[in-house]
Every structure is written in C-alpha cells, then in structure tokens.
Write a protein that binds this ligand. Structure first.
Ligand code: FAD
Length: 322
C-alpha cells in the first residue's frame, strides 16, 4: 500500500534552509516507488521560493503565504499545516530538528494521535521498514527506533543527511487559502534576532568555537576572522557566554545549540561533557588548548597544544592561501 510523505519546509532570511533538502533526501532513502511526496511551504512572502523547492522534488509543493505567518507562531503554523495535511493525508511528516521543528513536531504528532522520533541522524531500511538512528546521553550512545503503527512524525538533525539533488522534472506548485483564526491563545509581541554572523550556526560546515580561554569579548576577534575565511560560523562554550564574552545565541552544548559541522575548531574550551553534547558528532574536531591534559583532546581528531592567540592567526593565514 502506498503512503504519503510530507516534508515541512523551513525558510530563514528569505532562503530555504538546507535541512529542508536533507529531509527530502531522507524521504528518498525510505520511500517506495509508488509512495507520494508533498512539501508544505508556509510563511510570508515565500511564494517565490516554491519553484526553487519544486526543483528538488517530483511531488507537489503546497504553499500558504500570508502576512500573519511572517514570524513563526505555534498555533498559526499548526493550523496552516493542518490545511496541507487535510489535502495530502500524510502518513509520515518530516521536519528539521530546529527551533521551529522542535516546537511544531510534537504538536503535529499530538494532533494526528501519532508518534514522534526526534533528532534523527541517519535512516536505514530493513525488511521494507524505516529504522531511525538518534543520539542518546549527549552523543555517548545511539538508539535505533522504528514506528509500529499510526502517523509518524520525524525531526531530522541538520547537517547529517546529504541534501537532495535537483530532479529532472520539478514538482507542481499548489497555492492554498488560509484564514488565520482570531482567537489566538498567545501573541508574539516582539522578535529579537541574535545570530552568530552570516552563516547559520546549526547549518555551518565550519564552526570556530571559543571558550573561557579567549579571556574577553575582544578575544573572539581572531576566531571571527578564522570563521570568516572558512565561510563558517562562530560558536562558544557556556563558560564564554557566562563570562559575558559573547551572546548566549552562540552557546553550543546540552543547554545550547547542537552542531554537526564538517570541521569544529574548539579554541580555549576544556571539553566539559555538557559542551561535548552539542558538538561531539562533528565530522572532524580540532582542539586548541594550552593544557595538554584538557579533556577536549580525548574527543579531538587533531589536537594543538598551544596558546590560541598564537595558533588561530596562523591557521587564518594558512587558510587564506587555499
Ligand atoms: P573552562 O572549563 O574554564 O576551560 C577553559 C579552557 O581554556 C581550559 O582548558 C584552559 O586550559 C584553556 N585556555 C586558557 N587560556 C588559553 C589560551 N590562551 N590558549 C589555549 N587554551 C587556553 N557548557 C557548555 O559549553 N555548553 C552547555 O550547553 C552547557 N550546559 C550546561 C548545563 C548544566 C546543567 C551545567 C551544570 C553545565 C553546563 N555547561 C555547559 C558548563 C560546563 O560544565 C562547563 O563549565 C563549560 O563548558 C566550561 O567552559 P569552557 O570550556 O569555556 O571553560
């Protein structure tokens, strides 16, 4: 029996988020030939992105474009998504494991009386059934999970599954009407945006992260220069955030963001378990620390024992030559 997969697209700063293409790729790994794929594109002034998105799927892209959806609002987005779900009747719904996806996914699962598997980093297929792998205990262990029955909601951790490639025959675009309800239980009064720079921290291929070892806000400057050369993003330990060297928007770890870049460069970070929870799944970890006994070296693929203020500018110089 065929089933329908629905990918909930995410837009940030006027562009499609990479994790949307990763979710589409995840679908192509598990779907059977006669299964259907649909994409929900919800937001304000997002219609121009529909044709770009349609280039990555042979399924239909359902667009709900309303000024009220400019900022993510849990009730409004859920209601808008319900309109798409009524249209396509999906068995499997995929979202990014992002701030929005983490908020919306349980609401969708609850509304559909379905189950949810969060923070999926890889998907396999066994005996025709999808098996989802997710990290546990701050990345120290992994579990594989499977749905037995009912609607399935999955969130995909950014940067773990390769992005979908463009398809020869783009999918069609369907614009849907949506009238936001007036009796909302909450309203958004203000949005204060804080970012680590041009590249989104959770989707960056390179992250240069600073800890208490950077010693001041100015101490982050060499790290910012290195990140700029690598076209990456700057992150931080909670130690650096607590010390007031940088904003909490940069914090990586158990109570911060989870990143899985291709290269993570930890500068002046000791490697506390709570920090490792946010970065230990990075493909390559480079640690720079003047203490050869620092625990970060236990998880690092490459370790440099030295003063970050000497090492980081040297790395920047070398990467500029590439
Ligand atoms: P430190 O542990 O002080 O390490 C600084 C390092 O810099 C040292 O290893 C030192 O050798 C090195 N150094 C100093 N100067 C230089 C130099 N010039 N060159 C090179 N190296 C130098 N932490 C997080 O990061 N993220 C979280 O999400 C998080 N959540 C937490 C949740 C809870 C419930 C708790 C209790 C803690 C949490 N923490 C978190 C805090 C965590 O336990 C550590 O305290 C914190 O990660 C330490 O930050 P740090 O490595 O920058 O500082």
């Amino acid at each position: 029996m065929s089933q329908t997969y629905l990918v909930v697209a995410e837009v940030r700063g006027g562009s499609l988020r990479q994790v949307t293409l990763e979710a589409l790729q995840a679908v192509s790994q598990i779907k059977n030939q006669d299964d259907l794929v649909a994409v929900a594109l919800i937001g304000s002034q997002i219609t121009p992105l529909a044709s770009e998105l349609a280039g990555y799927t042979q399924g239909s892209v359902y667009v709900i474009d309303r000024p009220e959806l400019e900022t993510y609002h849990p009730e409004l987005y859920l209601d808008a998504l319900q309109i798409v779900m009524d249209k396509v009747n999906p068995e499997v719904i995929l979202l990014g494991h992002t701030a929005i996806g983490r908020d919306l996914a349980p609401a969708v699962a609850s509304r559909l009386h379905g189950g949810q598997i969060s923070d999926v980093i890889s998907i396999a297929k066994e005996d025709g059934k999808a098996i989802y792998t997710r990290p546990l205990y701050a990345g120290k262990a992994f579990e594989t999970k499977q749905f037995l029955e009912g609607p399935q909601v999955i969130t995909i951790r950014p940067n773990n599954i390769s992005a979908a490639a463009t398809v020869p025959t783009p999918g069609d675009i369907v614009e849907l009407e949506f009238t936001p309800k007036a009796d909302l239980r909450s309203i958004i009064k203000d949005v204060i945006r804080k970012t680590s720079g041009k590249v989104d921290l959770t989707e960056a291929k390179f992250v240069v992260s600073g800890g208490r070892g950077v010693k001041s806000a100015d101490g982050f400057k060499p790290l910012e220069e290195l990140a700029e050369v690598l076209q990456g993003a700057v992150g931080a330990s909670r130690g650096a955030c607590d010390a007031g060297y940088c904003d909490y928007a940069l914090q990586i770890g158990q109570t911060g963001k989870v990143v899985t870049p291709e290269i993570y460069i930890a500068c002046g970070i000791s490697g506390a378990i709570q920090h490792l929870a946010g970065m230990s799944q990075s493909r390559v970890i480079i640690a720079i620390n003047k203490d050869p006994e620092a625990p970060i070296f236990k998880v690092a693929d490459y370790g440099i024992v030295g003063d970050l203020f000497d090492v980081v500018p040297l790395l920047t110089q070398e990467f500029k030559k590439v």
